[in-house]
Design a protein around this ligand. Structure first.
Ligand code: HDE
Length: 752
């Protein structure tokens, strides 16, 4: 009898499972809707894209783990649980009947939700918003006389990962806010990892790392209601920097165009601190690291940056990924300024341990020593960009630190922060962080230990593991700290006297800018201080600016409607450093976006566009056709943007092949009832021309396009407007003008 009961129960269960496994007929009661285009058969993995291989990596034991072990394909044959059990349904919880309660027994439900609940990790306390990509660094070989690091030798190619970031905002904040940008590069060298954790501004807010929490607390949103996000235009920031005057030099750079880059690809990078290099003979030099972009240094205008923050908050991230996807690999030369390693550690009177000072390039030229090419996008943002962990202490033999007190706090901070961000001490075992040099450490256990360490003696000295591992020496590649003499004195909390000059270099910076750059700087100060509520804060910052430069102070004061105070410190004369200015050179227009406005209903506006597109692409730029509607316009010509999706801020130059009439989805720009004639041109095209003009962008016109120009209040004779008969003629001149980035002369000269 019992056997019969069991058999009946089993049969019932099998029947039920069979019911569940047989997919219900779509459309019948209780069935899920038929999936759209979902594959009905299990599929093998899709062929991996060439860029999907993870870096060649090794575990902490030194065992190699290749791409195959680390990259998990989404398109496996069957969906499984995390323990590899195949699943027959992931859309319905296990319930007591179709309308009954959910059963606690449902392991798949609980595993899926629990994992989801824990998907987020703490964001970086600073530099939370970033974008990272892979690349390669090739040494020129000319640095071997000052540095023995193998990756700098001629032709040596080293895989790298570079992460660009803003400092203040959260992970989801906009890319184009006014802020310093991070520029961190991990070199996976064969002698161990080298991290160059740099910024796009060559100086820092503070001279001693103990002040870092203060400046960051001041810059972050106000603690009571957490606003503003990713901005320095608020009282706490200006309260701090106006009372902590060593920040002045950094603030000058941050109020300049440097803080609103056009693209990550068009930024310089600076190691900020002075490092010590050691060559094969044991001789040392002091150096500052620089990244010089092949595309030049270019910025947005403040109004553009603000518009982009709303229209396309991912502007920089998208720009970087699109460029790499299209094969336009951004490049930078790594350069060094080299100074003799003297006991004073100064150069031409500039204290090399003071991170608020630069050494002007006119005094110590930047010598290129290798080339960085970023050529591969990430496969998984979280696994790579989010989990990468940089550390200024990751140095290969040949690169050593100096006694810069800012650098020393960083040597502590970066490892400490990863403990909470990446959940334990084994973060260097995460694939993106794994060194490419063999690892043979005696670090054991801890959260997320991936290595299965063999042996019984993870200590030294030992006999039980045969004394392994052994110590290297200078000849066998050991990292030996340079025995630099330690400064004499007593223990004290005090800065050297040479750190006290807070105004000469800010003055040098201001006086090195062109009039239009000075004007942008004045406007930035006026904007940011204008956003402050506390009168005392504004007045105090004006007193700081009075010590920098009287003209600067007077202009900002005028904008704020406050009296300009007198300087309280004697102003030493300084020689300008033209190298800090961004204007005046001609750069390749590679990677620039060219918008072309056409009339979808006027075939004449498409004449010559095939050839024009080819010319633009061949010149390394990206043509984007803008029309009233999307889709095919002509054989091989597609509108990539519509008047609804396009905004001027996306383009470096705009070409008008037509003056399209208002499309049905346009909101009328004028009130016809007031008697004004309705615009003959789509108002969004008119706005695009007006914004391009205001933002000093080149505008090219042919065919009926001139009517759009006129409707926008511009005319053919205006600066930087190229009118011609054919697209080819017009574009040749547009391309030449793009070399200067903007039509700078369009800005009224209000400063000498
Ligand atoms: Fe950082 N900084 N920093 N910093 N920093 C971090 O480390 C810190 C400083 C920079 O893309 C944190 O992993 C202190 C100067 C970049 O992942 C943290 C001090 C420069 C990045 C930290 C400084 C930088 C960071 C947060 C004063 C330019 C992004 C997350 C002594 C040369 C790295 C992390 C990435 C990130 C601390 C000053 C650049 C908290 C204490 C100067 C580019 O450890």
């Amino acid at each position: 009898k019992p056997a019969k009961v069991v058999k009946e129960a089993l049969d019932k269960a099998v029947e039920k499972v069979a019911d569940l496994v047989t997919p219900p007929v779509p459309g019948t009661p209780g069935s899920a809707p038929a999936p759209l285009d979902a594959p009905s058969e299990p599929q093998g993995p899709l062929p991996r894209k060439p860029d999907q291989a993870s870096p060649q990596t090794r575990t902490a034991t030194g065992a190699e783990t290749g791409a195959a072990a680390d990259v998990r394909e989404q398109q496996g044959e069957y969906l499984t649980t995390s323990t590899g059990v195949r699943l027959y349904d992931t859309d319905h919880s296990l319930k007591a009947g179709a309308r009954g309660p959910t059963l606690l027994q449902d392991h798949h439900l609980r595993e899926k939700i629990t994992h989801f609940d824990h998907e987020r990790i703490p964001e970086r306390v600073v530099h939370a918003r970033g974008a990272g990509v892979h690349g390669v660094f090739v040494g020129y070989g000319n640095a071997t006389n000052v540095c023995k690091a193998g990756f700098l030798a001629e032709g040596v190619s080293t895989p790298v990962f570079t992460r660009f970031s803003t400092v203040v905002g959260s992970r989801g904040s906009a890319d184009t806010v006014r802020d310093t940008r991070g520029f961190s590069t991990k070199f996976y060298t064969s002698e161990g990892t080298f991290d160059l954790v740099a910024n796009n501004i060559p100086v820092f807010f503070i001279q001693d790392g103990i002040k870092f929490p203060d400046i960051i607390h001041a810059a972050k949103p106000h603690p009571d209601r957490e606003i503003p996000q990713a901005q320095s235009a608020h009282d706490t920031f200006w309260d701090f920097v106006s009372t902590h005057t060593e920040a002045t030099h950094h603030v000058m750079w941050q109020m300049s165009d440097r803080a609103v880059p056009r693209s990550y690809r068009m930024m310089e990078g600076f190691g900020v601190h002075t490092f010590r290099l050691v060559n094969a003979e044991g001789q040392t030099s002091l150096v500052k690291f620089h990244w010089k972009p092949k595309l030049g240094v270019h910025s947005l205008l403040w109004e553009e940056a603000q518009l982009i923050a709303g229209v396309d908050p991912d502007f920089h991230r998208r720009d970087l990924f699109d460029a790499i996807e299209s094969g336009a690999y951004p490049q930078w030369e790594l350069g060094i300024q080299v100074f003799p390693d003297t006991p004073e550690q100064t150069f031409e009177g500039i204290d090399l341990l003071d991170s608020t000072k630069i050494v002007p390039e006119e005094l110590a030229p930047v010598q290129p020593i290798g080339m960085l090419t970023l050529n591969r996008n990430t496969t998984n943002f979280f696994a790579e960009t989010e989990q990468i962990a940089f550390h200024v202490g990751h140095l290969p033999p040949g690169i050593d630190v100096t006694d810069d007190p800012l650098l020393h706090a960083r040597l502590f901070s970066y490892i400490d922060t990863q403990l909470s961000r990446l959940g334990g001490p084994n973060f260097n075992q995460i694939p993106i962080n794994r060194p490419h040099a063999p690892v043979n450490d005696m670090l054991r256990d801890g959260f997320h230990q991936h290595a299965v360490h063999s042996g019984v003696a993870p200590y030294k000295p030992n006999t039980l593991d045969g004394g392994c591992p052994f110590m290297a020496g200078l000849q066998t590649g050991a990292y030996v700290e340079f025995p630099a003499p330690v400064a004499e004195g007593v223990k004290e909390r005090r800065a050297p006297a040479s750190f006290a000059d807070h105004y000469s270099q800010p003055r040098m910076f201001y006086r090195s800018l062109t009039p239009v750059e000075k004007e942008h700087l004045v406007r930035a100060f006026t904007f940011e201080l204008g956003k402050c509520y506390e009168q005392a804060v504004k007045e105090r910052e004006l007193r700081v600016l009075a010590n920098v430069d009287a003209e600067l102070c007077a202009l900002v004061a005028a904008g704020l409607g406050l009296p300009a105070p007198e300087a309280t410190e004697p102003a030493a004369e300084v020689a300008p450093s033209p190298a800090v200015s961004q204007i005046g050179q001609v750069w390749p227009p590679d990677g620039r976006l060219i918008g072309i406005v056409v009339d979808a209903d006027d075939p004449a506006s498409l004449d010559g566009l095939h050839t024009l597109r080819q010319t633009i692409t061949a010149g390394g730029m990206v043509p984007l056709i803008i029309a009233a509607r999307g889709g095919q316009l002509d054989e091989g010509l597609v509108a990539q943007r519509t008047f609804l999706t396009a905004r001027s801020i996306e383009f470096d130059a705009v070409l008008l092949a037509a003056a399209p009439p208002p499309a049905p989805d346009a909101i009328p720009a004028r009130d016809d009832k007031a008697g004004a004639p309705a615009s003959a041109v789509d108002p969004r095209v008119v706005l695009m021309v007006q914004e391009c003009y205001r933002h000093a962008k080149v505008i090219g016109v042919w065919g009926t396009g001139e009517a759009a120009l006129v409707e926008a209040g511009c005319s053919a004779g205006d600066l930087g407007i190229v009118v011609g008969e054919t697209p080819a003629d017009v574009f040749t001149e547009v391309q030449t003008l793009l070399g200067a980035h903007r039509v700078w002369d369009r800005f009224p000269a209000t400063i000498a």
